[in-house]
Design a protein around this ligand. Structure first.
Ligand code: C2E
Ligand code: CA
Ligand code: CA
Length: 535
């Protein structure tokens, strides 16, 4: 006699009261909300009791986990899925990958994956039509077990989904340690309004983070068009929920499959090759440490459809902007919102250049910064950007910034002062220069340069002026002595000195400037033409 060895028992068939249950798999399809294509399905266990009818998993999963019967249940559902996929293959029906739920208890069943393989081989179903869901909490409990379990499944070619993300502690370390292929985000765990509410912010941060990790996200528990549209608007188009379909008995599911067009789940974004996305986002990684402590003021932002959104910034970034801003005031904000049209265009031009050149680009922009405590202020920021990731709809940038408002103000002041001096000296017939005590450098005014042919910087002053005959030989020693006196701290010097070969009398004056310690730093010289009143 040929005895068929099943890889599992069927405990639901031998109840004490004689009411044997029947186990069924229901199938809930998953859709791409952007295209309307069906991209997969999840198998969900149902028990049919002869008297009570359909029993939901909430009534039997927990107790089966306690008794250990969950191993048989998960394998039985897996077998039903394999049977269905075999049927679709044989009858050339439309197919999508179907995922099964594996209880965390089965992580501790050493030969669980081997037993799955026995079943899969029996029906000869390619792994691409099968997926495995593991809950996030399973990953939290026993990271080592999960890693070992996943590597077995991955070696066989399975796609593994993290189920119920957001229900547990949701530590980002899970991403670093465990190599899931798809994330399932259950909206039921998030109370509150998605659009504009706190829940919406949380969901969109999770989705974006997953995107930059190259992980597709399936939103579960999507019950209405508003939720579906919101998820699509934040870049998560894979939807599972009552809005599209309730879990269906096999025949209804097959009907739906034959009527709907089929698509696939693909990650949409990719980071530049040299970056390890997992560690980049993890709060404990080396990259984060460097980002937070060793680089200057820096941020990561995303550029989508002409809109910029800051995703991550370090403390120095917050400080560089000044105004006692908080990270909260900055994050998610669009930095270009604080710029006028001219500066906005300048900034976006830089971004375009950065994309085209795939290299670092720089620009300076003025912005109006507003903060809760300090009100409003105009600041000038020098930004250096580099593109670090790109997709069809968005680009990821790294930016380092420097607040150059004070520098700019000094420069504007200087230009202003120089302009005023120029006008004044032209009118007053005055020549002036600046002498630096420590370096013996002299910086002449524009008239000195124009009329006497001096360069903008004269070194070893006053020797070149004496050599050139501006100060004639008979006054040379006296003029040299003036510079010694200045170095010794004399505050003021003046005399009528005949200058240039024409020996024209000029009133020459020096005023010394001292530092806080009382040491002479600079002396300001001037020469005014002496006008003889008698002539
Ligand atoms: P799950 O894996 O998170 O499955 C999704 C659950 O959400 C299903 O409940 C599904 O019917 C329900 N659902 C789907 N769309 C919506 C929606 O728009 N709104 C709401 N409120 N709910 C929606 P179900 O079928 O009652 O299953 C409950 C849980 O039981 C599953 O949660 C899973 O953890 C467990 N389970 C089901 N089948 C199996 C199985 O074969 N093995 C194991 N280990 N666990 C299973
Ligand atoms: Ca599931
Ligand atoms: Ca789930």
């Amino acid at each position: 006699m040929n005895i068929q060895m099943y890889p599992y028992d069927e405990p639901w068939k031998n109840s004490d009261d004689g009411d044997a249950c029947e186990l069924l798999a229901y199938y809930q399809p998953q859709y791409n909300h952007a295209t309307g294509l069906i991209v997969g399905a999840e198998a969900l266990a149902r028990m049919i009791h002869p008297k009570r009818g359909l029993i939901p998993p909430s009534e039997f999963i927990a107790s089966m986990e306690e008794t250990g019967q969950i191993t048989s249940l998960d394998l039985a559902i897996f077998e039903k899925v394999c049977v269905l996929q075999r049927k679709c293959l044989d009858e050339h029906l439309a197919m999508v990958p179907i995922s099964i739920n594996v209880s965390r208890k089965n992580l501790f069943v050493e030969d669980f994956v081997d037993r799955m393989e026995v079943i899969r081989k029996k029906y000869d179903v390619p792994v691409k039509y099968l997926r495995v869901e593991l809950t996030e909490s399973a990953a939290e409990d026993s990271v080592d077990r999960v890693i070992a379990f996943l590597s077995k499944l991955h070696a066989l070619g399975y796609i593994v989904e993290m189920d119920d993300f957001g229900s547990g502690y949701s530590s980002l370390n899970i991403f670093k340690n465990v190599d899931f292929d798809i994330i399932k985000l259950d909206l039921c765990f998030l109370q509150g309004n998605l659009n504009g509410g706190k829940a919406g912010t949380i969901v969109s941060s999770i989705v974006r983070m997953c995107q930059w990790l190259g992980l597709p996200v399936i939103a579960e528990g999507v019950e209405d068009i508003f939720q579906a549209d919101f998820m699509k608007s934040i870049g998560c188009e894979y939807i599972q929920g009552y809005f599209y379909s309730k879990p269906l008995p096999e025949s209804n599911f097959l009907q739906k499959l034959s009527g709907d067009a089929i698509g696939a789940i693909v990650p949409q974004l990719s980071l530049i090759k040299t970056m390890d996305a997992g560690s980049f986002w993890s709060p404990e990684s080396q990259e984060t440490l460097i980002f937070s402590n060793y680089v200057g003021a820096a941020a990561i932002f995303e550029w989508t459809d002409e809109k910029i959104e800051l995703l991550r910034l370090n403390e120095k970034y917050v400080r560089e902007l000044g105004m006692n801003m908080t990270e909260k005031e900055l994050i998610s904000g669009d930095p270009t919102a604080s710029m006028d049209e001219v500066n906005k265009t300048k900034y976006k031009d830089m971004l375009r250049r950065a994309v085209e050149s795939a290299d670092e680009q720089e620009c300076e922009t003025w912005r109006i910064v507003r903060s809760q405590c300090c009100g409003e202020e105009r600041v000038c920021i020098r930004s250096t950007v580099r593109m670090i990731g790109k997709s069809d709809i968005s680009t990821l940038f790294y930016v380092s910034i420097r607040n150059i408002t004070a520098e700019k103000a000094r420069f504007t002041d200087l230009v202003d002062t120089e302009r005023r001096f120029k006008a004044a000296s032209e009118q007053a017939n005055i020549y002036f220069w600046e002498y630096t005590v420590a370096t013996k450098e002299m910086r002449p005014c524009f008239r000195c340069m124009r009329d006497l042919g001096l360069p903008p910087l004269v070194i070893n002053y006053p020797e070149p002026a004496i050599e050139a005959g501006i100060f004639p030989p008979e006054v040379a020693d006296m003029y040299r002595d003036w510079h010694r006196q200045i170095a010794e701290g004399v505050e003021h010097l003046e005399a009528i000195i005949p200058l240039t070969v024409g020996r024209v009398p000029f009133h020459v004056r020096y005023t010394t400037e001292f530092d806080s310690m009382g040491n002479p730093v600079k002396a300001y010289g001037s020469a005014t033409l002496v006008v003889d009143a008698d002539k």
